[in-house]
Design a protein around this ligand. Sequence first.
Ligand code: CU
Length: 95
Amino acid sequence: MSGDVKGMSGMGGMDKRAPADKTGQGVGVITAIDTKANKLTIQHGPIPAVGWPTMTMAFKANPPTLFRGLRVGERIGFDVQTQGVAAEVTAVRPQ
Ligand SMILES: [Cu+2]
């Protein structure tokens, strides 16, 4: 992931350098699954709620049971929670 995303300024005047934890919803295609590292890589579209453009990035799966039934190439909707520059997927939905 690019950790250098520009803030969505102009929305509430909360344009701070240190990102607070945020949640958002995205849609994307799974490009890699690493159950040993508990990581899921998703090529996803813009997620304005967390200030992200389109990108491909790895997420921690929380809980790891999210991996069940997922496969590379599958299109999913997902919930994301950011923690500084890291991010977790907390829910997935078939698209
Ligand atoms: Cu991203």
